[in-house]
Write a protein that binds this ligand. Structure first.
Ligand code: AMP
Ligand code: MG
Length: 323
């Protein structure tokens, strides 16, 4: 189950089994990106629909040419600046990347993860690792080895324990159209940081019918508990009298007459820290037998944009309540 033994993981991966790996964003369910048997196991374990492509994790930027071609200069600049790190680039694939990885698309999503255990593992393998987040499809992403074992219990032999994820929220995904960068998913690297390097970029709109990047699905990253998003927590709370409610708050608790469980993501008001703590807090609230979770809308800047994006998807059936 939980282990820090890279050799065990290496052996399993060479045998086309899957293992959970730590990254700086969230934990991944990894398998040999060249092997269809391993890839199928990932989809089945995660109950992930086959239309949802996987991110391929490589050991270094120099590996990029093995699996992608016609790489725009801007992509190389982004890779050189942010890798290893939480930036995923969607590039034209080479044919050795199976359709199962890309859901039949001609593009493949690639990144170099920034975690010493996973980098050491990749370094010992002669294939890259396809790894989506290690949660059942649609649920909250795991930011600790414990979250992964809670989800998969006895169905996963090896979970490499690399501690808590440093960033705690998924990678930023950038694709290219006519060599121009497009943001497919807000993530750990803020859009400001990307734009500092490449200038103004287009943000792809959510498209539920045929998403360019299924991280764009409007309902995703969801707790099992009904979740509401609002700009006025005390006001919304009034309509939940007699219920057991959890609150997900930015930098301070609220004073409440009714009994509530409160999770404050960053007392010092640091959005990076809030992003790191978001999923751990959501996991805790979701496991607390609550009638509902009320989350507050975060400041719409820096990683606050990414947090709001995830909270909107967590709020099932668009329960976003503004006053
Ligand atoms: P996950 O690792 O589970 O957070 O999901 C991987 C994310 O990468 C999903 O949002 C995918 O839609 C996205 N992705 C993977 N491959 C591609 C691709 N070829 N084009 C666009 N998005 C992709
Ligand atoms: Mg995911």
């Amino acid at each position: 189950m939980l282990t820090t033994n890279i050799n065990k993981a290496k052996k399993a991966l060479k045998n086309n089994d899957i293992v959970a790996i730590p990254t700086e964003t969230v934990y991944g369910l990894a398998g040999n990106a060249y092997n269809e048997r391993a890839l199928k196991k990932i989809f089945i374990l995660k109950k992930r629909p086959f239309y949802n492509p996987l991110i391929v994790h490589i050991k270094s930027t120099s590996f990029l040419n093995k699996i992608a071609c016609n790489i725009p200069d801007t992509a190389l600049r982004l890779a050189e600046t942010f890798w290893p790190g939480p930036l995923t680039l969607v590039l034209q694939r080479k044919s050795l990347i199976p359709d199962l990885v890309t859901s039949g698309k001609e593009t493949v999503a690639i990144r170099v993860p920034d975690h010493p255990i996973t980098l050491a593992l990749l370094d010992q393998l002669d294939f890259p690792l396809a790894a989506p987040s290690a949660n059942p499809f649609g649920y909250i992403s795991p930011t600790s080895a414990k979250h992964v074992s809670n989800y998969f219990k006895n169905n996963l032999d090896i979970i490499l324990d690399g501690g808590e994820c440093e960033r705690g929220i998924e990678s930023t995904i950038i694709g290219f159209e006519d060599n121009n960068p497009i943001l497919y998913r807000h993530g750990s690297i803020s859009i400001d940081e990307i734009e500092k390097l490449v200038g103004k970029i287009t943000v792809a709109v959510k498209n539920d019918i045929n998403p360019n990047s299924p991280g764009m699905l409007s309902r995703h990253y969801s707790p099992s508990t009904d979740t509401y998003l609002t700009n006025n927590v005390p006001e919304l709370l009034k309509s939940f009298e007699g219920k057991k409610i959890g609150l997900l708050l930015y930098n301070k608790e609220i004073i409440s007459k009714i009994n509530v469980v409160q999770e404050v993501l960053s007392i010092s008001g640091n959005l990076n820290e809030a992003a790191k703590n978001l999923y751990e807090a959501l996991h805790r609230l979701d496991n607390n037998n609550l009638d509902a979770i009320i989350a507050e809308i975060f400041p719409d800047k820096g990683l606050g944009i990414t947090i709001n994006d995830r909270l909107q998807r967590a709020a099932k059936d668009c329960k976003v309540i503004a006053y």
